[in-house]
Design a binder for this molecule. Structure first.
Ligand code: C5P
Length: 209
């Protein structure tokens, strides 16, 4: 483990492969990993339980990230609704920035990591895929867990969330100027991970770490 901070920032839409790639990079380089979507999902889940979104974000506790409901399609939509609120985003900022600079290296994945949370990140990626491919991947995942949504419903969910995430005023999802774009539509998991790891390796060599 390198004692020097090194940050890998990964953005992109739902089900593009960000999570798999982030975990693989974290394991490969021995870095800590933060799935920042979980923060918004935890706030969304509190709102589904009747909480005020801003208060929920300001008082979020780490154990809220362990809630078993966070991976459901309903919580995903609730997350993207609270994520348009600037005060919610502001409340989650310091935690993410502190994580980004932890000694030993960090990987953060989300929608605005390269653009807003940590534009100084030494390695930046934007991982994407077509809406149809992403919907099919998400539908297979949900079906394996016994979810009752059709492929058409999941595609509609993906499109609604993409539009809300990329058209909001605060921290809209978009590729950062310095990010390497990886389109995983026609890639296997191994190919996508290899492309991402080699980009990070190149960024590390450029800094002679
Ligand atoms: O990545 P995940 O699908 O878990 O994210 C859930 C929602 O949280 C996204 O649709 C997005 O609205 C929001 N989000 C965000 N910024 C991040 C991470 C997630 O706005 N950095």
């Amino acid at each position: 483990m390198s004692p020097v901070p090194f940050t890998v920032a990964i953005d992109g839409p739902a089900a593009a492969g960000k999570g798999t790639i982030s975990r693989a990079i974290a394991a490969h380089f021995g870095f800590a990993h933060l799935d920042t979507g979980l923060l918004y999902r935890a706030v969304g889940a509190c709102v589904m339980d009747g909480a005020d979104p801003i208060e929920a974000a300001q008082s979020l506790q780490p154990d809220a990230l362990e809630d078993g409901r966070l991976r459901t399609a309903e919580v995903a939509q609730a997350a993207s609704r609270v994520a348009v609120i600037p005060e919610v985003r502001a409340a989650l900022l310091d935690f993410q920035r502190d994580f980004a600079r932890r000694p030993g290296g960090a990987v953060l994945d989300g929608r605005d990591i390269c653009t807003v949370i940590y534009p100084q990140a030494e390695a930046q990626l934007f991982v994407t895929a077509s809406a149809e491919v992403r919907a099919e991947r998400r539908w297979k995942e949900l079906s394996a867990k016994g979810g009752g949504r059709t492929l058409e419903q999941v595609l509609e969910d993906v499109r609604v969330r993409d539009a809300r995430d990329s058209e909001r005023d605060t921290a809209p999802m978009k590729p950062a100027a310095g990010a390497r774009v990886i389109d995983t539509s026609d890639m296997t998991i191994d190919e996508a991970v290899t492309a991402a790891v080699s980009h990070v390796e190149a960024c590390r060599s450029a800094r002679q770490l």
